[in-house]
Design a binder for this molecule. Structure first.
Ligand code: SF4
Length: 331
């Protein structure tokens, strides 16, 4: 059985973009891949400017919403990356075999560093830590979105380099498991759904809050009047229907849109019903966790204990391979 690892940034409570783009898939994979490892990658969250109190609140918000979204501590290990320090230990070893040029070519580094006056070294090393996150658990498969495939390629390369340098077949080459839902656009229809752009719907928002966000959301710009036929495939609302509505409803939406059988507001009301149906149980679970927050801590402690056991064994073997194991008296 392939071992699965995936990580998510502690950005606070989930929004429907990261739920549909990653976490919903994680809840399915924990059924087919017992022992899946899911990590809140909080070391990664400190490569830019941040406020420690805000980070603390966001780590909590992310852990709570992952559990509310259906990550089950009995089936998968959920933990904070910083609770397993072996991530950074392996990362250091990987920095010694990773060419600088490979890191400087990473798209994310080029994008972010081009806007900075002083570039923290951590921003450059970010993908090395990401490789360590995956390989520490000797994961074979990593559920990823299309935009993360480049980082996984670096992890595969690191695995090959390590094995070749030390003449071992120790680390696997992790394969991408592409997440079925393609990237979710924000409600403005212009950019990827992202908290910093303010175009999201929070996973734990009330039915009314969701509706207030859907009402003004961007649709097919060519549909100016109700009598104009629409193009569902270019409309973000239709993409959300595909994620939240049953298949017959999706087909009905397509037909009603293309024939101008209904207006966009009718279409959004049906989407709202689908969203409420899927998100209400998640919100209820989050409320239960708010009432019993110790359950969040217990889940994280148990996940970290499992992860540490695996990570310590990997590092014991890695230290032996690279010559950093315990010394004994010369014979
Ligand atoms: Fe989009 Fe629905 Fe309006 Fe068609 S009817 S343009 S799918 S919101």
């Amino acid at each position: 059985m392939a071992r699965i690892f995936s990580g998510i940034q502690p950005s606070g409570e989930l929004h429907i973009g990261n739920y549909l783009g990653a976490v919903k898939n994680w809840t399915h994979l924990q059924e087919t891949h017992p022992g899946a490892i899911y990590c809140v990658v909080d070391y990664h969250a400190i490569t830019g400017a941040y406020d420690p109190a805000v980070l603390r609140a966001r780590r909590w918000g992310m852990a709570k919403s992952l559990l509310a979204a259906g990550i089950d501590p009995a089936k998968a290990s959920l933990f904070m990356q910083s609770d397993v320090p072996e991530h950074t230990e392996l990362s250091w070893i990987f920095t010694t075999i990773t060419p600088l040029g490979d890191l400087e070519r990473q798209t994310q580094f080029k994008d972010k560093s081009s806007k900075m006056e002083s570039i923290p070294a951590g921003l450059l090393m970010y993908p090395v830590l990401q490789s360590a996150d995956i390989l520490l658990y000797r994961a074979d498969s990593v559920p990823v979105g299309e935009d993360q495939v480049q980082h996984l390629e670096l992890a595969r390369d690191t695995s090959r380099k390590f094995n070749a340098k030390f003449g071992v077949e120790y680390f696997p080459e992790p394969k991408p498991l592409l997440t079925p839902t393609r990237r979710i656009m924000g409600l403005d229809g212009n950019a990827k759904m992202s908290k910093s752009l303010g175009n999201t719907v929070g996973l734990l928002e009330s039915d009314e809050e969701i509706w207030q966000k859907l009402r003004p959301a961007m649709t097919d710009p060519q549909r100016v009047r109700k009598s104009d036929p629409g193009r569902p495939e270019v409309c973000n609302i239709f993409q959300l229907h595909k994620a939240f509505s049953a298949e017959p409803t999706v087909e009905h939406v397509r037909q009603q849109c293309e024939t101008a059988g209904w207006g966009c507001m009718d279409c959004k009301k049906v989407l709202h019903e689908g969203m409420v149906q899927e998100l209400t149980p998640i919100r209820r679970r989050a409320e239960a966790l708010d009432a019993e927050p110790q359950r969040v801590l217990d889940a994280l402690a148990s996940g970290a204990a499992t992860a540490r056991g695996l990570a310590q064994e990997t590092m014991r073997q890695v230290r032996e391979i690279v010559g950093l194991d315990g010394l004994s008296l010369p014979a």
